[in-house]
Ligand binder design. Sequence first.
Ligand code: HEM
Length: 404
Amino acid sequence: MTSTPTVPAVPLPARHSAGCPFGPPPAYTEAAASAPLTRGDLPGGDSCWLATGYAEVRTILSDRRFSADIRHPSFPLLVAGDREQITATPSFLNLDDPEHARLRRMVTGDFLVKRVQAMRPDIQRIVDEALDTMTDGRTEADLVADFALPVPSLVICLLLGVPYEDHEFFQGVGRTLLSNASTSEQRLAARDEMLEYLEGLATRKRAEPRDDIISRLAVRDDLTPREVASTGILLLIAGHETTANMISLSTALLLDRPEQIARLADPAALPGAVEELLRHLTIVHTGVARVALEDVELGGTTVRAGEGVIAMLSTANRDEEVFGGADRLPVDELDLDRDARRHLAFGFGVHQCLGQPLARAELQIALATLFRRLPGLRLTVPRDELAFRTESFIYGMRSLPVTW
Ligand code: HEM
């Protein structure tokens, strides 16, 4: 049975509302309130399904009848421009098994919980040094430029073996690739520059390998230099833009709700508090795209083979039945004592975030250390002057002016 959605198609990606900068764009919340599956209009002129319900999003992400292969001719693209250019050189994020599994397997060992556990002292040192530098002889800082961005960038550079001195280059390129305001020409040029940079790095590391991920990939004979570089781009960008935005948004959100900050000082409550921040903020706020390979019954609707679907993680993460409860605040409020472990902020299924143990460790250490060392942390501008990254596929903050 195919039901007709009752709300008009949502233009994708939708914009955040200035009044409630931490929640999902209102157009998604309104669509979610009307039905678990509605319609969306893509920037290139095509339309697709918009899945907003928790059960539907989980099904889409775990059912092999939905493909993540961006080269599929009707894969829903959230940017306008030349399809062939946009979909060239995909990383394993945008491939299906067995290609996806073959490439992902080569780096899974580096992100296992046990490996990340062993990295905690390094992460703590990087966090402490960033705070030392930020506070040295100063009373004000931009928490994005001085803390939220350097910490995960330094960590991923250490893991990958990418020189941190090049951070302005790779952060700039990353922003172009993640912005839905970039043209396909700008995106293509940025990706080519990045591919060239990482291929060069891999060639040098093949000749002189070190103990890092790019070296380990570069010496393999079963990977092409292109595959090494596209995996490198994915890890480098996913490895810092996400966590950086989570650190700055979480800090701004907590400064707005100071009564909750104390929970971060309790080591038993800290991991759960970070899960709730991940759920509440769901920074991949444009959702994740898939295309149906067969007809699939979903939420009372038939999604036909060849139709695109955007799985909206942010609205799925506000499902009252999954995350609500009589003893808890409503799901659109932050509640650091909520059991948020079933959240979908890291996705679900075979593409579920590879870096989640690392992201969790970084967020726990960065947020607990920041509020412990700077108990007087506060904004230097009115809350309504804060600047958010509304044009990016990964929601975040442009700057966060603070004093302590
Ligand atoms: C708070 C921080 C983070 C969030 C919210 C996040 C979110 C996500 C989401 C939603 C996906 C699934 C995309 C899809 O299904 O299409 C994903 C995949 C991925 N993430 Fe993360 N991520 C974060 C941090 C990281 C870090 C630190 C790394 C480290 C390298 C990383 C690496 C990856 C990779 C490689 C994939 C692709 C996995 C695959 O396709 O098999 N992420 N992430």
